[in-house]
Design a protein around this ligand. Structure first.
Ligand code: G
Ligand code: G
Ligand code: MN
Ligand code: NA
Length: 252
């Protein structure tokens, strides 16, 4: 496929770009971390969003090489911010199931952390819930090794997949990320309030931290705070932005 060849070339030529979106503690408003979100700089004018190329990268297997580049770049940036500003931001990086199934994933992760001198506990991997059902035993083993290194694991887009409670209890994870779909209607739709409250309470019963994504209004923030949600991410606190903009906005 032409696009895959072009994409493969873009990994080699470093035409991928990471944007960073702040994650805040709800009670204090403090920015404790960022999520790295990849874009493809296809030409000077064209910045392609991830949903337009990640699926193709997953199908072709290119996501393994691409994901390694993303992880290394995110860690390099985390270390640069730490050195330049003295502020340690926790870095959240999305990883696809295809990457976690790669037998070299854990050694690769360990290597990148050592090479970039990033404290493993300042990294968190985000895995999308809907993809986690396939090979839960193999997945648990990999995530267990990740956590033994000190790196955190979050379930992304939570509420859209089919995790059973027993499954959730067994998976070695640290955090649930409530899907944006339930936050959008939070202050208007009783159903969304019920689901958000359930996720928050269930997460806490399982000793997980809970973060809400897609928070856009002060009313949503207030509601989440009242429901006991720990953390939040969304346009209210900052859009995904280039590293320089994030540093200017938050660190300097
Ligand atoms: O950045 P956007 O704001 O458009 O991100 C859309 C989706 O793309 C995210 O929800 C995430 O699932 C996926 N995505 C973004 N960055 C990455 C990445 O670095 N790796 C993987 N595997 N998926 C990503
Ligand atoms: O990996 P994940 O699916 O969580 O990626 C987050 C996605 O949500 C990215 O596409 C990001 O650009 C988008 N996003 C982040 N904050 C907001 C928000 O407040 N509103 C909306 N509509 N989208 C958001
Ligand atoms: Mn994510
Ligand atoms: Na998400």
């Amino acid at each position: 496929l032409q696009t895959i060849r072009e994409l493969r070339y873009s990994v080699e030529r470093q035409c991928l770009k990471l944007f960073y979106q702040p994650q805040v503690t709800l009670a204090s408003g403090e920015v404790f971390g960022v999520e790295a979100l990849v874009r493809w700089q296809r030409s000077a004018q064209e910045l392609v969003p991830p949903l337009s190329f990640i699926p193709a990268a997953e199908d072709s297997g290119l996501i393994v090489a691409m994901g390694e580049w993303i992880l290394r770049e995110a860690c390099r940036q985390q270390q640069l911010w730490t050195r330049q500003t003295g502020r340690r931001l926790r870095m959240a990086v999305n990883v696809s199931m295809r990457q976690l199934k790669d037998p070299d994933f854990v050694p690769m992760l360990r290597g990148v952390l050592q090479e970039t001198s990033v404290d493993p506990s300042m990294l968190e991997l985000e895995v999308t819930e809907s993809l986690m059902m396939e090979d839960t035993l193999g997945l648990s083993r990999v995530l267990q090794q990740v956590r033994e290194m000190g790196t955190g694991v979050a379930i992304d887009d939570f509420g859209t997949g089919y995790s059973s409670l027993s499954h959730l209890q067994r998976l070695p994870i640290d955090r649930l990320k409530i899907d944006r779909a339930f936050i959008t209607g939070l202050t208007e739709r009783a159903e969304d309030q019920v689901i958000a409250a359930l996720v928050i309470n269930m997460g806490h019963l399982l000793h997980l931290r809970v973060i809400a994504e897609g928070v856009e209004t002060p009313a949503q923030r207030e509601q989440l705070l009242q429901m006991g949600c720990d953390d939040a991410q969304g346009y209210l606190f900052g859009r995904p932005m280039p590293a320089e903009d994030l540093a200017a906005k938050l660190l300097l």
